[in-house]
Write a protein that binds this ligand. Sequence first.
Ligand code: ADP
Ligand code: MG
Length: 272
Amino acid sequence: MPEQSILRFENVTVTFDEIPVLDGISFEMRRGDTCVILGAAGSGKTVLLKTAIGLIKPSAGRVFLFGTDITELDEQELFDLRAKTGVLFQEGALFDSLTIEENVAYPLVNQRAAKRKKREIRELVEESLRFVELAHTLDKFPSELSGGMRRRVGIARAIVTEPPLVLYDSPTAGLDPITANTIVTLIIKERDVKKTTTVLVTQRYQDGHLLANFRYNPRNGQVEPVTGNGHSDTLKTRFLVLRQGRLTFVGDQQQLEASADPYVSKFVKREI
Ligand SMILES: Nc1ncnc2c1ncn2[C@@H]1O[C@H](COP(=O)(O)OP(=O)(O)O)[C@@H](O)[C@H]1O
Ligand SMILES: [Mg+2]
């Protein structure tokens, strides 16, 4: 039995001022899939994520989120589907005037489907911040934290509703390599502990490589290389490469590394 379809693009085109920014995009993710989207700046990565949650409407094609065609839905109907999708926006996009606690609580407070008590919200926020090891920052403001910490708060906010699907937009951009790896480690932990379907948008192949080859070990709390029957695990991670709004590559890591397309291989060779 195939797993439930979580996200499906059917020949999606998005145009701004008559210029196609996404051009005939098709792919599908099933429950538990990991998808790494690589692409240069301006290739359409952020537009693709925004289209996935209905923030941008396609000019042609269809987008199915949790099996529902969202291209025809109104805002109200979209709201509840979006509540099942966690998003780490580019740069973290925290509210500067809100405390860390208020920032992380934001999706809970705004979730109509689940009316929650104040105490329950506080507990969920604390749990989410503990997950990213920032429980001590509740009363601070974003400006008091480092760039890497702010990114971790963004992750805490994205996952506080325990969404079955999480989209991460360039979570390591602008971070030093060590901090970047800490962020990817958290994404792996979230994926493996909560069994979330994961989309990672990045310009760093290294991020995708980590996602494809490392797994969280709950026994020791470490992220470890996949061993033994790891081959099938590696194959679970799919790589998509965007070039000027088109998908020029869809495949697994081995296929990606073997690609003769110079645009595709540029991503693979740059880092490792
Ligand atoms: N709201 C918008 N209106 C017009 N053009 C846009 C808008 N959002 C993005 N674009 C254009 O779409 C292209 C892809 O943008 P984006 O998805 O942000 O790229 P990236 O891959 O860097 O995330 C860029 O050329 C950008 O200028
Ligand atoms: Mg972007």
